[in-house]
Design a binder for this molecule. Structure first.
Ligand code: FDA
Length: 397
């Protein structure tokens, strides 16, 4: 006969948001069960930031998040700020360093962050059960949920869904969160890949991009409302690097990227001065002083007419400058969920309280972290959302 276990709160998903929520809920004296289908906790934390975990960003602000309701994230981000997470790290003797653009990395590496979160959970009496998949969830009455797992039935008054998004499916990531929301009659925004490399057609890869894989250069890139200044990397499939990952979250199929290859200078002014001072120097030689050599050569073999500077007319210099500062490229697609760092979409924020993360229509049901339609920029913003939303739900569940 199947056994029935009772808890106050069950949290499905022992990732960033679930661990934070479990610790906070447990501290309030609630009997908490943290469930995960994986064989260990915090798997995405462990692989993040190249193993060093870019755990937050000092510049965290709502404008760094994409959502159908850009106001939704404000409350949680204001109530649990990067400084709160730093205080937690201080308490556990962990230290950090800023790499660039406010991105903080853990000196003791990612496993130390996971160990810290688990220590908080253990001290708060949280029960952990790994390798556990939930087959069905039934709501018996207001604020009473029954979860069927292979071996037993679990009952709770508050149920928190912290199952993340479907990016990197080989790690077991799925769209469980929005499937569950649908079961309870809650709307959601379909998940789609974000912070993901672009792919290009074979024609572009064999032509314009030939021989450029591995070349990296700082650019300013724009697409729709996304504008970023960071490094771009040519790959065997297309374009990656932080600039491209960032702007991918704003890109829709068919749209064109505008790339400024010389973000630090006015190209026309520079080329005009060089024309006066070095009329015999070829364009490709000049460009190699401002861009990686291979890129300068390739541009002059494909896009730009290569001549000694003195031979260009004014209109030609203008056209070359335009190509360099507003290079238009249309990706064929993205590498998809296979390599996406996060996913856009999730449970529709109109269904949730921004203060508690509880579903408005289903008392006792909470959604936190990447499962919610809030997606951050690259650089620690996604973990900050996971900590903040997990912390907030942890005060109420
Ligand atoms: P998360 O994915 O962390 O956790 C979900 C948990 O739910 C998992 O443990 C999963 O096993 C479990 N689960 C799923 N379905 C289940 C089910 N049906 N039953 C039971 N359990 C289930 N962000 C950042 O800010 N800085 C960074 O450096 C990085 N780096 C990075 C690198 C890579 C390679 C990736 C893929 C992602 C990042 N991220 C990142 C993004 C970051 O990892 C992500 O935003 C958070 O982990 C989201 O936290 P959640 O807790 O919402 O989901």
């Amino acid at each position: 006969m199947q056994t029935m276990e009772h808890y106050d709160v069950i949290i499905i998903g022992a990732g960033a948001a679930g661990l934070m929520c479990a610790a906070e809920t447990g501290k309030r004296g609630r009997r908490v069960l943290l469930l995960d289908k994986a064989d260990k906790i915090g798997k995405k934390i462990l692989i993040s930031g190249g193993g060093r975990c870019n755990f937050t960003n000092l510049n965290t602000n709502p404008a760094a998040y994409l959502s159908h309701n850009p106001h939704f994230c404000k409350s949680a981000l204001a109530r649990y700020a990067p400084q709160d997470f730093l205080n937690l790290m201080r308490k556990h003797g962990l230290s950090w360093h800023e790499k660039t653009l406010g991105q903080l990395f853990c000196d003791q590496k990612a496993p130390a962050i996971v160990a810290m979160l688990w220590e908080e959970c253990a001290q708060a009496g949280v029960v952990l059960r790994l390798n556990t998949e939930v087959d069905t969830i039934i709501r018996r009455e207001a604020a009473s949920f029954h979860l069927q797992t292979g071996s037993c039935t679990l009952a709770c008054t508050a149920l928190v869904i912290a199952t993340g998004g479907p990016s990197i499916p080989r790690m077991g990531a799925t769209d469980f969160g929005i499937r569950l929301a649908r079961q309870f009659g809650l709307k959601s925004v379909p998940f789609s890949p974000a912070l993901v490399p672009f792919t290009f057609t074979q024609d572009v890869l064999d032509g314009l991009f030939a021989g450029l894989a591995g070349v990296s250069t700082e650019v300013a890139v724009s697409c729709g409302e996304g504008h970023f200044r960071e490094y771009m990397l040519f790959t065997h499939r297309g374009l990656s690097g932080p600039a491209m990952l960032q702007v991918s979250s704003y890109w829709h199929k068919g749209e064109t990227l505008e790339i400024n290859l010389l973000p630090d200078r006015d190209a026309l002014e520079w080329l005009s001065v060089m024309q006066q001072q070095r009329p015999k120097t070829e364009l490709k030689t000049l460009l190699a002083e401002a861009l990686p050599n291979r890129l300068a050569q390739r541009l002059c073999e494909t896009l730009l007419p290569n001549r000694p500077m003195g031979q260009y007319g004014g209109k030609q210099l203008q056209a070359i400058s335009q190509q360099l500062q507003a290079w238009q490229l249309t990706p064929a697609g993205t590498e998809g969920m296979r390599t996406a760092e996060v996913s856009l979409g999730g449970v529709d924020t109109r269904e949730l309280s921004s203060k508690t993360l509880e579903a408005r229509k289903v008392q006792g049901l909470y959604f936190i972290g990447e499962t919610v339609d809030v997606t951050g920029w690259l650089g620690g913003y996604n973990f900050q959302w996971a900590w903040a939303s997990g912390w907030c739900a942890g005060q109420y569940a």
